[in-house]
Design a protein. Sequence first.
Length: 380
Amino acid sequence: MRLIIFGGTFDPPHYGHIELISSLNFSNDDKVIILPNYIPPHKSADASPEDRLNMCRLAFPDLEVSDYEIKKGGPSYTYQTLQFFQKEYFLNRDNLIYVIGADSMKDLKTWGHPRKLSRLATFLVFRRPHYNNVAQDIKEFQDLYGGNFILSDIIGQDISSTEIRVRNAFDQARDYVPEGVFEYIKQKGLYNKYRAITDKYSQFGLSQKRIDHTLSVTLTALKLAYVYGADSEKVILAALLHDIGKNLNLKRAYELGLSISYQTIELPAICRHADFGYEIAKTFFGIKDEEVLNAIKYHTTGRPGMTLLEKIIFLADYFEPTRATPGLDKIVQTARTNIDQAVELALKNTLNFLKQNNYEIAPITISAYEYYQKENKIGI
Ligand code: ATP
């Protein structure tokens, strides 16, 4: 007998999880257990452990869903769970299989007692879009701690629980989770955190087109965050609010009581919304994190020496898929491997476009372009 354990936060469980389990070639002798954790040591969960357990039961009606970690309580350390199941079923490392995705593989060396982990189970690793170094991550782990790893050829769906929590605030989660899970989310009012932002879009006059763009920027930014290991919560906040000032003019901004600096007035009118967004995020949404605020402020003009978060929001806004700008493919490809080069290309395109159309150019965009041109040359 082999025991195959699929552990996770499942916040919520989605079709990516289900497809991954369906792709496993297990025999009648094998047993599969879905194992939602109590407190995930590496991230926070939005829904309660009980709700996540219930949703797992709805998502995997034909499989055993274990409440072992949830009943045990406290931070859920996988090595302790594996020790328990090894004893319970008289297993060894070869017949106890623990299933993980490429993102978990990337973090595995930071899990509690990695050497113990490596002796307890064989890890079956699934590839995921945006996590391209999985083979390298396995090798690094093995060099440090040894262990048995099987790298599946299958690439998991381009979908994550985080994306579903974001989509839910836009009423667009339905297609990504089984019907029962979707109804449960609705009935229990789960994943409404970001609605505190999306519910206010109409108050700031955002059109449906702008709202669609904002969702698309947020999802695009999240994918870049996965590639570069950026803080996804900050990415989401900045992306959800990046265009919140889009429909304001100076008069309306004054009416709202926003503090407007001389530098904002000096900007080309088309760029001012980003400064308004900075002020709105601070005043109306209580955002204090300067990194998030600056990602909103510089998402249109860019600036020299942007932080990773600023670059992610700047690029996602530039090439999210609902944009019909020609020539984006090269920048999208470049962004996956060299974010600074992608920023340079996007700034160059923007400047060319503004010049060709005789539009006013914000000086900070010119200095940003010169900065990245120089930095990238030095980099080479
Ligand atoms: P979050 O966005 O909150 O990080 P998640 O979508 O990664 O969530 P988890 O509950 O953390 O979901 O996932 C449990 C396990 O399933 C993890 O090992 C994860 O790597 C893997 N996994 C999740 N989604 C996919 C997917 N689309 N393809 C392959 N593996 C996946």
